[in-house]
Write a protein that binds this ligand. Structure first.
Ligand code: ADP
Length: 633
């Protein structure tokens, strides 16, 4: 039983292949985690790093509270089950199960009890005296599982354990492994390329592609709220329908026009209020996605709906309980070619149609997914980045949605109308604006408050559950953006300052007391050097840097040191910087400093002139190795 923590984990193979990039995850005790993705996406490499069979290039891996990066596999208290079973062919099932226990020199009676118990759990008692070759694939895989569970490991790792089995046996073993997980109460991490396996077994799923994590969530949430087009297309059968099109805002409606067909539907603006307004200009092409079961050809539904499209039926697949209807939004299209107008509809009724018919279908507008055409990221995310509001500025006051806030001296802006962007993390309980709480949702551990501000929906990330019906919130004005005709007139203060640096070591001497006498001993001191100054780092940070950069390159790799305005302080031994004015945000003031041509900002209680010296708080910095683009902290 153990929790695992993976922080900024990377794997770069000696030939330069970056198999895993910045893998971050906290796995709770007893979870059933599935890593899924197409072949070569890095799932086995991640599993093998957890097992200790592969070195971790950078990052920190903890099992329980212990950092295990350098711990031998045998000491990690994990058990691994492989696709090819990896049984000893010359040993009986009993001997295979007992083998690791004998190595651990457990008493004979105890070994016997553990083996018998495991065999009973897996239903292989009658095979205990047989050799693996006398058994079927399914039975062999059960023995492999048994060999893992007798060790009572803290974590069970399973690498495509069912791939060698036929479809029917796979389904049966899937259920058995899930049962085994609930019975054993152990953390399971399971690798598969099969999305059905992932969806049916995982409590949470990690979807990977090309060495990157694309999304981590529960099966239901991955299906309902895919974060990008890849996850949307990878999870679910039949695959989600994708179309290209444009979105045009017109009053309280948004018109969605499908490319290469006459299809056009209308949805209320309120459904798309998390979408960045420039996507709603009627020109930007986006990907639209909708699942086969969210399109209805039921006459009543079609009659009620404002989102009806014409579909030319191309062929029909009768599946018994449902019918899959293949068609094309382009009524001249064939629904077969790989076009962006073909569509699959899941019909659970007794639709009266045949190939060649042109029928009407209603799209469920609550289930439309939208993705950016370049990044393929969802543009209608569960947690939006910003609130998009219309505002005016007059006489130093910001007016939006019936509220007024005095602008601080740091924000200089001519009177006029603007678009206002307030990030969802820019609110805290205070007194600036009054909102009526609609809902407080837990989204992957983040609490998202939805509240009405004089009729306009506002989203805010809050630290905990909100039970009040109404709230007063403060807006952190250093985070807002004001736009005029799409151009930024007021920009937020940068959230992070970046400094270039390098890791250095120095020979020093230290005094130590031995038998009442003081001796001078040689010692090594590790520092981060930036802008010509060196700052001594803690042993923990030094170890992380050496582990990530490798001994050979530790002291030559260029680094980017990132620190927020609150992690820089004034100090005599600090970096030399030139003060270039104050940013006064009212409650907080920041000094803008020029460091070797770059600007950094730090919290300051008064104005400064000329040279100042600033010190980064190394306990709060982020560090990126720029050559391989590896985040170390
Ligand atoms: P998956 O398990 O998702 O199929 P892997 O983790 O096995 O993927 O591999 C991820 C990537 O790393 C692939 O591009 C693969 O070719 C590469 N890779 C795996 N092992 C090695 C190795 N020993 N040396 C170099 N590249 C490797």
């Amino acid at each position: 039983m153990a929790n695992l923590s993976l922080k900024h984990i990377y794997k770069v193979y000696p030939n330069g292949t970056k198999a895993v990039n910045d893998f971050n995850m906290e796995i709770a005790d007893k979870e059933f985690i599935v890593f899924v993705g197409p072949s070569g996406c890095g799932k086995s490499t991640t599993l093998r790093m957890i097992a200790g069979l592969e070195d971790i290039s950078a990052g920190e891996l903890k099992i329980g509270d212990v950092i295990v990066n350098d711990m031998e596999p045998k000491d990690r208290d994990i058990a691994m089950v492989f696709q090819n079973y990896a049984l000893y062919p010359h040993m009986t099932v009993y001997e295979n199960l007992a083998f690791s226990l004998r190595l651990r020199k457990l008493p004979k009676d105890e070994i016997h009890n553990l083996v018998v118990q495991a065999a009973e759990t897996l239903g292989i008692t009658e095979y205990l005296s047989k050799k693996p070759k006398e058994m079927s694939g399914g039975q062999r895989q059960r023995v492999a599982l048994g060999r893992a569970i007798v060790r009572e490991p803290k974590v069970m790792l399973l690498d495509e354990p069912l791939s060698n089995l036929d479809a029917k046996l796979r389904t049966q073993m899937r259920a058995e492994i899930s049962k085994l997980h609930s019975r054993l109460n152990t953390t399971f991490i399971y690798v598969t390329h099969d999305q059905v396996e992932a969806m049916t077994m995982g409590t949470r799923i990690v979807v990977m592609k090309d060495g990157f994590v694309k999304q981590i969530d529960t099966p239901k949430n991955l299906y309902k709220y895919p974060a990008n087009k890849f996850v949307a297309g990878f999870i679910g059968t039949p695959q989600m329908n994708f179309f290209e099109g444009t979105l045009r805002k017109d009053g309280n409606d948004v018109h969605i026009k499908f490319a290469n067909s006459d299809a056009e539907i209308t949805v209320p603006c309120s459904k798309l209020d998390k979408v960045r307004p420039d996507y709603l200009n009627g020109e930007t092409t986006v990907y639209m996605g909708i699942r086969a079961e969210n399109i209805s050809i039921d006459r009543v539904e079609v009659g009620r709906s404002k989102a009806v499209v014409k579909v030319r039926v191309s062929h029909i697949e009768e599946l018994g309980s449902e019918t899959l209807l293949y068609g094309d939004l382009n009524t001249d299209g064939d629904g077969i070619s790989d076009s962006l107008t073909k569509v699959i509809i899941k019909d659970v009724g007794n639709g009266d149609y045949k190939a060649g018919d042109i029928i009407e279908a209603a799209l469920d507008t609550d289930r439309i997914h939208l993705f950016d055409r370049q990044t393929e990221d969802c543009i209608l995310p569960r947690i939006p980045e910003y609130n998009y509001l219309d505002c005016t500025v007059s006489g130093g006051t910001l007016n939006f949605s019936g509220e007024s806030i005095a602008l601080p001296p740091a924000i200089k802006c001519a009177d006029g109308e603007y678009e206002l962007l307030i990030p969802v993390d820019a609110f805290k309980v205070g007194k600036d604006i009054s909102v009526n709480v609609e809902n407080c949702e837990d989204i992957c551990g983040i609490k998202l408050l939805s509240a009405k501000l004089n009729g306009k929906m506002l989203y805010a990330v809050v630290p905990g559950d909100v039970t009040e019906k109404s709230l007063k919130l403060d807006v952190d004005l250093k985070k807002i953006t004001l736009l005029k005709d799409g151009k930024k007139v007021v920009e937020p203060m940068p959230a992070v300052n970046c400094l270039d640096g390098i890791f250095v070591k120095k020979k020093t001497k230290k005094q130590a007391e031995e038998n009442g006498k003081f001796k001078t001993l040689k010692a090594t001191e590790f520092s981060l050097e930036t802008e010509g100054r060196q700052f001594v780092v803690s042993d923990t940070l030094a170890q992380k840097l050496i582990a990530a950069l490798g001994v050979k390159k530790a002291f030559t790799s260029p680094l980017k040191i990132e620190c927020g305005a609150h992690s820089l302080t004034f100090g005599e031994d600090g970096i030399s910087a030139r003060a270039e004015g104050m940013l006064d945000y009212g409650k907080e003031k920041f000094l803008k400093c020029n460091v070797g041509g770059k600007y950094v900002y730090l919290l300051a209680d008064r104005d400064y002139e000329g040279e100042v010296r600033i010190v980064p708080d190394l306990d709060k910095v982020g560090i990126v190795e720029t050559e391989r683009n590896i985040r170390i902290i």
